[in-house]
Design a protein around this ligand. Structure first.
Ligand code: SAH
Ligand code: SF4
Length: 341
């Protein structure tokens, strides 16, 4: 049975070939503009609604939903048809509403500090499974009279290791859900061929690279894929992305106590980021059961930030959201430790 958001327009046309032509638009708008379940599309005859309910099944079965930050952050845990579980986080801010989306169940990249990496790879998500996370979050936002404005592919998984499905989902978010490409961010651990492919796409999305170390010895340790795509190759791909897309590049840096939070680390990061005019996002490491090193304490985070500023780097300390429900982006599902900041 085709999944609800895996069906493209041609497939929907085929599914509705016994119906008047305008039904295709009605159903498509129902799914993407009005965010309705087939059963809620009351302009359709009851028999068609029933048929679509069984032929366009939802792929995300809600297991739990937890809220924090006074209701501003909602974490969804979904069960997929094969009993895999994934998470999505909805974060409402004053000026925007962001959804943090998963691209894979598990992840094969094996970064030791990451809860998803520790769990290993399970499978790629389909385009429909990625898109439906946005749709379901948007319905939740709508219930609170808010509208999802930003998407970050920073949930479980490595989006550029599931390139085709992720990119088709990005196009669907843009073309059908009406999200601006400038408000969609793909976060990658640094898959160089994937970054190069992104540079050739029609939509100029934001690129975030999870750097964490700016010398190859340390980065090889923290981020094993660095051995395949070392820092020089990574910066060349980033530069080509910037040239092609004119989008802001950002580097994510999880501050790990005594590991990558010293003056020398700041100097290396600044030297790496400056020529790319990259913006740096700092986030204190969230300790995970499989890697109990702690995050840099608040004073160290401030010192690192100030050092980068002195070195001419644009830097922000990422406000962690949903820490009491284990919902910091990239910290999903497996985490049982809470973050204090
Ligand atoms: N695979 C992609 C996207 C998902 S991870 C990537 O790595 O970019 C989303 C972000 O959370 C990444 O920046 C990742 O490095 C970060 N992250 C993973 N584990 C973390 C932890 N324990 N504490 C803080 N940030 C973490
Ligand atoms: Fe995968 Fe990103 Fe976690 Fe590394 S940090 S294991 S790439 S999800």
């Amino acid at each position: 049975m085709p999944a609800r958001y895996d069906v493209d327009r041609d497939a929907l046309e085929a599914l509705l070939d016994d119906q008047p032509a305008y039904r295709v638009r009605q159903v498509w708008d129902g799914l993407y503009k009005r965010l309705l379940e087939p059963a809620q599309m009351t302009e359709l005859p009851k028999s068609l609604r029933d048929r679509l309910s069984s032929e366009l099944q939802s792929t995300l079965d809600l297991v739990t939903e937890r809220t924090s930050d006074g209701g501003e952050t909602v974490k969804f845990l979904w069960r997929l048809h094969d009993d895999r579980t994934i998470e999505t986080v909805l974060m409402a801010y004053r000026d925007r509403v962001t959804v943090c989306v998963s691209s894979q169940a598990g992840c094969a990249m094996g970064c030791g500090f990451c809860a998803t990496g520790q769990a290993g790879f399970e499978r790629h998500l389909t385009t429909g499974e990625i898109v439906e996370q946005v749709v379901r979050s948007s319905v939740r936002a709508k219930d609170a009279n808010r509208r999802v404005s930003n998407i970050v592919l920073m949930g479980m998984g490595e989006p550029l290791a599931n390139y085709d499905n992720t990119w088709a989902a990005v196009e669907r978010m843009h073309d059908d859900l009406g999200l601006s490409a400038r408000h969609i961010t793909v976060s990658t651990i640094g898959i160089v061929p994937g970054i190069r492919r992104l540079a050739g796409e029609r939509l100029p999305v934001n690129l975030a690279v999870s750097l964490h170390a700016a010398n190859d010895d340390l980065r090889d340790e923290l981020v094993p894929i660095n051995k395949r795509y070392p820092l020089t190759a990574l910066s060349a791909a980033c530069r080509d992305y910037l040239t092609a897309k004119k989008r802001r590049l950002s580097f994510e840096w999880a501050l790990i106590d005594g590991v990558n939070d010293g003056r020398r680390d700041a100097a290396e990061l600044a030297a790496y980021a400056r020529p790319l005019r990259a913006h740096v996002n700092l986030i204190p490491l969230n300790p995970t059961p499989g890697w109990p090193t702690r995050g840099t304490p608040a004073a160290g985070v401030r010192a690192f930030r100030d050092r980068l500023t002195e070195l001419g780097i644009n830097v922000t300390v990422r406000r962690t959201r949903g820490s009491d429900i284990d919902a910091a982006c990239g910290q999903l599902r497996e985490t049982h430790v809470t973050l204090t900041n």
